[in-house]
Design a protein around this ligand. Structure first.
Ligand code: PLP
Length: 374
C-alpha cells in the first residue's frame, strides 16, 4: 500500500483536532454577527475577546494589541502599506532580500507609489546582521521589516538587535513571524517589535485567518475600509469560528512547545545522519526553526526530487510553496549565494509534531534512491 508522509509543514500544517472541535459551535448554532447589539451576538463577541486574550498571552502582548486579519499575506501587506499611508514625507522602507513575497511585493507596490525601498542582504547562512542594517539605515527611514524566521531555510534573525537599530534611527520595526509563531517562544517585548505578523495555518490552526500585533502607540493606517471592526482599522465581519480555531491551536502549540521542539529536533538529526555520505549543502544558520531542513544536492534537480518523492507518497517542497511552479532558483537561495552546481538541487523538508521516526526512515530511503538517479 502506498504510504502518505507529509513533510511540508512550512507550507501548511494539519488542523489540530482540539481547534476543529472548538470551531464547530461557531459554524452551527452560534452564528450571530459579533457586531450586533442584541443578546444573540453576546457569545460570539465574548469568544472574540477570549481569543484575543489567549493569543496575546502566547506572545506576551496586550489583548488590544492583537488585530485579526485573513492571514500572513494580509498582515504583511497591512504593516507595510499601512505605515506608508501615514508616511506623508515618503521616508524610506528597509527590508531584507530574503523576505516572503508578501513583504517583498508589498514593498515593490509602495515603491511604485514613490516611497523609497532599500534591501539589506543576508550572510551565507541567511542572517541579516545589525551591522549590515546600520550601514544603510538613516534618520530618514520610516519602517524596517525583517522576518523573524525564514520560510525556505529556517534561519532565525537577530530581531532584538535589528529592532534596536531601527528604533535608534526613529523608525518603526515590523517582523514577519509567520513561520515562528507557535514553534519557538515569542515575546514581543523582548523582541522589541512594533508589529508582528502571524498566520494560523502555520501552527495547526485553520487557513484564511491570522493576526497582526500592533504595539500600543504605534500608528498604522487602515488597509481595508468598511465597518468599524478591529477598532475601525480592519473592516469586515469577524470569522468567529476561524478566530477561535486559531487561538485554540496557538494555545495548544505553546503549551506543547518544548516537547514538540525536542521531538522535531530528534527527527531532524535523524534525517541528516541518514543522508550523510551524499553530496549536499545544508542551508540556513545554526539557530534555525526546528524541523526546517533545506538541502542543496550537487548536480541534482530539486524539482525532479520533489516529483519522485511524490510518486512515493512523500510531500516535500523545493523552496517556498508559492514558488513550486517556478523552476528557477529561489530568491532566498540566490541571496545566500548557494553555488550554482548545488542551487538547482535544493529541497526543503519541513517536519512537524505529527511526523514519526518510521516516516523519517522512508524519507531517507526514498531520497537516497532519487538523489542517486538525478
Ligand atoms: N510570510 C511567510 C514567512 C510565509 O511563510 C508565508 C506563507 O508561506 C506567508 C508570509 C503568507 O502567509 P499566508 O499563507 O497566511 O497568507
Amino acid at each position: 500500500m502506498k504510504q502518505f508522509i507529509y513533510a511540508d509543514n512550512a507550507a501548511t500544517t494539519k488542523l489540530d483536532k482540539v481547534a476543529f472541535e472548538a470551531m464547530l459551535p461557531w459554524l452551527t448554532e452560534e452564528y450571530g454577527n459579533a457586531s450586533q447589539p442584541y443578546s444573540f451576538a453576546r457569545n460570539p463577541k465574548k469568544a472574540l475577546s477570549k481569543a484575543r486574550e489567549t493569543i496575546a498571552a502566547c506572545i506576551n502582548a496586550q489583548p488590544e494589541e492583537i488585530f485579526f486579519t485573513s492571514g500572513g499575506t494580509e498582515s504583511d501587506n497591512w504593516a507595510i502599506k499601512g505605515c506608508a499611508l501615514l508616511n506623508l514625507d515618503k521616508k524610506a522602507t528597509i527590508t531584507s532580500a530574503i523576505e516572503h513575497h508578501a513583504v517583498l511585493l508589498a514593498c515593490s507596490s509602495i515603491e511604485r507609489m514613490g516611497y523609497p525601498v532599500a534591501h539589506v542582504n543576508p550572510d551565507r547562512t541567511g542572517i541579516v546582521s545589525a551591522e549590515t542594517l546600520e550601514r544603510i539605515i538613516t534618520d530618514d527611514t520610516n519602517l524596517v521589516s525583517i522576518m523573524l524566521a525564514n520560510n525556505e531555510i529556517g534561519s532565525i534573525e537577530p530581531i532584538e538587535e535589528l529592532a534596536a537599530v531601527a528604533h535608534s534611527h526613529g523608525a518603526l520595526f515590523h517582523t514577519d513571524a509567520v513561520q515562528a509563531v507557535g514553534h519557538i517562544p515569542i515575546d514581543v517585548h523582548k523582541l522589541g517589535v512594533d508589529m508582528l505578523s502571524a498566520s494560523a495555518h502555520k501552527f495547526n490552526g485553520p487557513k484564511g485567518i491570522g493576526f497582526l500585533y500592533i504595539k500600543k502607540g504605534a500608528k498604522i493606517g487602515a488597509l481595508i475600509d468598511g465597518g468599524a471592526q478591529e477598532k475601525g482599522i480592519r473592516a469586515g465581519t469577524e470569522n468567529v469560528a476561524a478566530i477561535v480555531g486559531m487561538a485554540t491551536a496557538l494555545e495548544q502549540n505553546c503549551k506543547d512547545l518544548d516537547e514538540n521542539q525536542m521531538h522535531i529536533e530528534t527527527l531532524e538529526s535523524k534525517v541528516l545522519d541518514g543522508l550523510s555520505g551524499l553530496d549536499f549543502i545544508r542551508n540556513g544558520s545554526q539557530r534555525h526553526l526546528p524541523g526546517n531542513v533545506s538541502l542543496s544536492f550537487r548536480h541534482a534537480s530539486g524539482e525532479a526530487i520533489l516529483h519522485r518523492l511524490d510518486l512515493n507518497g512523500i510531500c516535500i517542497s523545493t523552496g517556498a510553496a508559492c514558488d513550486s511552479v517556478n523552476t528557477q532558483v529561489s530568491h532566498v537561495i540566490r541571496a545566500i549565494g548557494v553555488p550554482d552546481e548545488y542551487a538547482l538541487g535544493t529541497i526543503r523538508i519541513s517536519l512537524g509534531k505529527d511526523n514519526t521516526e518510521e516516516e523519517i526512515e522512508h524519507i531517507i530511503d526514498a531520497l537516497k534512491n532519487c538523489v542517486n538517479r538525478t
